[in-house]
Design a binder for this molecule. Structure first.
Ligand SMILES: [Zn+2]
Ligand SMILES: [Zn+2]
Length: 81
């Protein structure tokens, strides 16, 4: 589009590093990366959904562990009663 090396977002003159500049500075929000796994996506909303999924999975695993009596004593007592 432009070969001037001027960033269209912040008007910074970046020369041949323009592409990298845009990617590093302005597209960071677009390349959202999950901090828990290698999941990456173009929208932060997708990342949020992904994290919701992760949280649900984690909750499920925890619930299963509790159901097996692996965790708190209260739960086991509850089951016995
Ligand atoms: Zn810029
Ligand atoms: Zn993840």
């Amino acid at each position: 589009m432009n070969n001037t090396g001027i960033c269209q977002f912040c008007n910074k003159s970046c020369g041949k590093h323009l592409k990298r500049h845009i990617r590093d500075v302005h597209e960071k929000i677009k390349s959202a990366k999950c901090e828990y796994c290698d999941f990456t996506c173009t929208h932060t909303t997708s990342l949020r959904m992904h994290k919701c999924y992760l949280e649900r999975e984690r909750q499920k695993t925890r619930d299963e562990a509790i159901a097996k009596g692996a965790n708190p004593d209260e739960k086991i007592n509850e089951k016995l009663n």
